[in-house]
Design a protein around this ligand. Structure first.
Ligand code: NAI
Length: 388
């Protein structure tokens, strides 16, 4: 990997390689942009298959954060930290008292999983509690030296306990124990509320003013998907749901009267008005886009487009309105940003509702310039970066 070339290609400001011989920490901090303010984005802890993948993921995720924060009008740039598990640590025994590795996977809120497609390697992390505490505390020392140019938080594989260790060394960290961001449900709820707001906005754009009786297909009934169904159901939508975990489907069918079940592999082709991908990235492929029977695609999943140009062009040609994923699922980072500014839950909710205005602008710009909604969102983010 040619690092300078990669940094130039992605427009990255700074790449920090961290190694702490005492704890064994190996981390990469990618600061993509500080044009709008300190770079904000979570810390991922992952057993990447290779060093190159760890670096690439950090850069890609940091860039995604720059765009997401810019389009959401947040006073923050984009950054990301990646802690790469040491090969030697894999030989260590898992801490059976705490089940820390498992807890990490369960607790990770995946708020800024910008890729949506899971990185290769695994989240099978085997550091025991004490090793883990040492490496995150060491990371805190590196963050402190950056003098606030980057603020970290939760992402895949990290827990509030890890953030607490970082906090012992620096204040440039969010999502510590007791914060709103450390509560899985709050962040997912804010993301779901943003997606719901975006669905309502998209329907309005097509002249539909009520969700009553409107068929909406929700793929993925995890933290965000389930909360989204709750909002949609309360507004009278007719839900079509799918998940690969049968218990989650059962729970939804019981809780949301009138909901019907779809095959997880074919829910994109359901006869519906809105398709809301809330599971994996890459669900909109050149093949699946031909099978869509909805007129709006609006969901939480990151990186929904497998082949951006082809898929976007086909949706446009077929008259399907696409709500750009990083605009729609920005409720989580909006929540983090405003909690940093001292806002409480009600104020944060109001800020998340502003996704409606952002999305309306995206749709208006796309229509005015004859470009795709995905390009319109990128242009809005770039325009903000050009005139901070
Ligand atoms: P989650 O892990 O709680 O839920 C994902 C659900 O999708 C699980 O129930 C899983 O069984 C299901 N699933 C997996 N493969 C599937 C398939 N092929 N078909 C149907 N269902 C399938 O994750 P969460 O937090 O609900 O996030 C959902 C998506 O939204 C992810 O792509 C995530 O990156 C993205 N996102 C989440 C945010 C958050 O605040 N949690 C913020 C921004 C984006």
């Amino acid at each position: 990997m040619l690092l300078w070339q990669e940094m130039e290609r992605e427009g990255l400001e700074e790449l920090v390689f961290c190694h702490d011989p005492h704890s064994g920490l190996r981390a990469v901090i990618a600061i993509h942009s500080t044009v709008l303010g300190p770079a904000l984005g979570g810390c991922r802890y992952w057993a990447y298959a290779s060093e190159e993948e760890a670096v690439r993921d950090a850069i890609k995720l940091a860039k995604g954060m720059t765009y997401k924060n810019a389009v959401s009008n947040l006073p923050y740039g984009g950054g990301k930290a990646v802690v790469w598990e040491l090969p030697s640590a894999k030989a260590a025994k898992p801490d059976t008292d705490s089940g820390n590795g498992r807890q990490a996977a369960e607790d990770s809120k995946a708020v800024e999983q910008v890729s949506g497609v899971e990185p290769s390697g695994s989240n099978n992390l085997n550091l025991n509690v004490s090793q883990r505490a040492h490496i995150f505390r060491a990371l805190g020392r590196f963050l402190e030296r950056l003098n606030g140019r980057y603020i970290t938080g939760l992402d895949l594989g990290t827990t509030a306990a890890d953030m607490d260790q970082i906090r012992l060394e620096t204040t440039y960290v969010t999502d510590t124990t007791g914060s709103l961001g450390a509560q899985n449900d709050f962040t997912a709820e804010m993301t779901a509320y943003g997606v719901y707001t975006g669905i309502v906005t998209s329907l309005h754009h097509q002249g539909v003013t009520s969700l009553q009786g409107i068929p909406v297909a929700v793929q993925g009934l995890g933290k965000v998907g389930h909360a989204l169904c709750r909002h949609l159901h309360a507004a009278g939508a007719r839900l079509i749901v799918a998940d690969v975990v049968p218990e989650r489907v059962q729970r939804a069918l019981v809780q949301f009267s009138g909901a019907t079940l779809a095959d997880p592999a074919h829910i994109h082709a359901a006869d519906c008005k809105v398709f809301a991908p809330c599971a994996l990235g890459g669900v909109l492929t050149p093949a699946t886009v031909e099978e869509l029977r909805c007129s709006i695609v609006a969901g939480a999943a990151n990186n929904q487009l497998s082949h951006r140009e082809r898929v976007v062009r086909r949706m446009q040609a077929r008259g399907i309105l696409y709500a750009p994923d990083y605009v729609l699922n920005s409720g989580g980072i909006i929540s983090t940003a405003y909690e940093l500014e001292g806002a409480g839950p009600d104020q944060i909710r109001q800020r998340v509702a502003e996704i409606a205005g952002t999305l309306t602008q995206v749709y208006q710009r796309a229509a005015a310039s004859g470009i795709s909604t995905a390009d319109a969102a990128d242009r809005m983010a770039k325009a903000r970066l050009a005139q901070p």
